[in-house]
Design a protein around this ligand. Sequence first.
Ligand code: SAH
Length: 224
Amino acid sequence: MNFEEKRNRLVDNLIKRGILKTPAVINAMRKIPRELFVPEDARSSAYMDTPLSIGAGQTISAPHMNAMMCEYLELKPGDILLEVGTGSGYHAALCAEIIAPENSEQRGHIFSVERIKSLAETAIKNIQLAGYEDRITVIHGDGTLGYPEKAPYDKILVTAASPSKIPKPLKEQLRDGGILCIPAGSKSFGQNLYVIKKKGNKFETKSITGVRFVPLLGKYGFNS
Ligand code: SAH
């Protein structure tokens, strides 16, 4: 089975499990070659529904988690998105395909912050290889501070586990009516995925499910 066949089989399975629902998210999952975003020796496992090591002690999330977070963010063409934790750049590429599709006039954009320089550099290369460099800007820095230069954001995606107290800059940099999707809890076990909607100066928080992410480190994250 080639990569495309494996990718389609994985997507079909995620649809069957009720995780993938929205046509634009399904299309992005069918289109982005996940094998380009994992180290060469892990390519044969690229379409297993598990996290994979990407070096520097970090992981690319399992595909069902990417799918789930894209669904909960209610991404739309034209959205301006902040991602904290670029990692491999795969999740950013998925989002880019949804918020700035090829034939649409709506040009959404992703600002994605990564604290480990070597990963930020590899992510930039991966994103170029997949052809999304015009829709994603990778920034090397502490994403717990957000990225105030381009705020406010329609959506914010955090792909590392925050302490229970959600970083204040992220809540501040979310647009009124915007959605923040973030895992939070303890540093290793006992984390939940939260979907937080900003309504004026109020935040509506929904807990989705138990999850396991690498820790969000930094000023408003865990200490390194
Ligand atoms: N979204 C990624 C998965 C990333 S794993 C993908 O699709 O591959 C989580 C990433 O968050 C790691 O690369 C880690 O280095 C990064 N991270 C942790 N704390 C951070 C912070 N304060 N700012 C930016 N990135 C951070």
